[in-house]
Design a protein around this ligand. Structure first.
Ligand code: PGA
Length: 247
């Protein structure tokens, strides 16, 4: 069975209520493509505006992070069940900016993925090597270790998305060579089938890092790439629509 294609937009810490409404309305108006799931992940405080703008469209809503607990004394954090109540179907966990600026470990990411699934959300779990790790020839080892460390417990592979995002390609305009992306995706697939047996074959694996309208067709054609996690270009409805069209 062919894996489903997924294009996810990570808006990061961008947008106002007015700009988010306009962007989400424009994305909701992009013609749906059969077999291609589209998700947008705005900041927490914009989830309600974006949910309202997406209502009636096939575009799903996602968040950019969640806590491991369902509630409690965790100032500033947001629980997965509340995200579900806000209309989210997805949540990004373990983005490199969370790992880098908030010290998130593989163990923390694993717990977040489980919490997301417990709340009925599909985690989009991110992994990826730094430039130093790639230059040292360790990219595949690092990504395999991150995947192994971030998939814990009774995680359901049928409700999981993996995203390979080399840290050095995020927001830089630099993209790995197609053969390097294919190699990591093969490593990721091997890690998934080692962990989940045959069910690991059905987990979509996205590529992320400087995906634009102009390079999306080439990136999405690489063996093993099931979709894209898009940052900067997801803030421009025209660019995002071009990426969806290339999927
Ligand atoms: P970028 O970000 O598309 O701006 O490189 C991707 C991401 O961080 O998810």
């Amino acid at each position: 069975m062919a894996r489903s294609r997924l294009i996810a937009g990570n808006w990061k810490m961008n947008g106002s209520r007015e700009s988010a409404r306009a962007l989400a309305t424009a994305i909701a108006g992009v013609p749906a493509r059969s077999g291609v799931m589209v998700v947008v992940c705005p900041p927490f405080a914009l989830l309600d505006v974006v949910a309202a703008a997406l209502r009636g469209s096939a575009v799903a809503l996602g968040a950019q992070d969640c806590h491991t607990a369902a509630q409690g004394a965790f100032t500033g954090d947001v629980a997965a069940p509340l995200l579900a109540e806000c209309g989210c179907g997805y949540v990004i966990v373990g983005h490199s900016e969370r790992r880098q600026y908030h010290g998130e470990t593989d163990a923390a990411v694993a717990a977040k993925a489980l919490a997301a699934q417990a709340a009925g959300l599909i985690p989009i779990l991110c992994v990826g090597e730094t430039l130093a790790e790639r230059d040292a020839g360790r990219a595949e080892t690092v990504v395999a270790a991150q995947i192994a460390g971030s998939l814990a417990g009774a995680l359901d592979p049928a409700r999981l998305v993996l995203a390979y995002e080399p840290v050095w390609a995020i927001g830089t305009g630099r993209v790995p060579a197609p053969a390097d992306i294919a190699a990591i995706h093969q490593t990721a697939r091997h890690s998934l089938t080692t962990r989940f047996a045959a069910a690991g074959d059905d987990v979509p694996v996205l590529y992320g890092g400087s995906v634009k309208g102009g390079n999306a067709a080439e990136l999405l054609a690489i063996a093993g790439v099931d979709g894209a996690l898009v940052g900067g270009a997801a803030l421009d409805a025209g660019e995002f629509a071009a990426i969806i069209a290339a999927a």
